[in-house]
Design a binder for this molecule. Sequence first.
Ligand code: UGC
Ligand code: NI
Length: 168
Amino acid sequence: MSGLVLPIEPLTAGAFAPFGSVIEADPKTMRLINGGTTERFHALGKTEAAGEDARIVINIFRGQPRLFPYVVDMMERHPWGSQSFIPLDNRSWLAVVAQDEDGQPGRPRVFACSGRQGVHYGRNVWHHPLVAVGAVSDFLVVDREGSEHNLEEIFFETPFTIAASSLS
Ligand SMILES: NC(=O)N[C@@H](O)C(=O)O
Ligand code: NI
């Protein structure tokens, strides 16, 4: 296996806070609307789209399942906007993020996301492209479209490995 084996951590709002937010039906965010017939879990992610002609777009990403052990050899970030991933198939998946260290991604952290947990990556936060697990999986993806180039990729000299998905 290539390089350091990365542990898989449970996704919690606190652990993920340096990278963005967790998109889930958290009772602390809930407010009743529509005459009490609907629970609104409010502002789970604060989208950002910078640049003259920038706008937020809503997409569906159909991800092929990654094979494990999976080699994390690169990270990316979007300097001009945020990016949010919400699973549509109620299938567990992995979110891989890293702190910025002088313009480079630090050691990646791997979070196990349930099929009812999405994540919101803040603007310019290092992350690995979508890591679907187990089967082809659809995700609702909310991110930024605009004229500026919105993708920065860094490849590690020494890659990391996710040994096996310990997802149920
Ligand atoms: N390229 C693209 O839109 N996908 C990545 O940004 C990703 O994070 O999966
Ligand atoms: Ni991305």
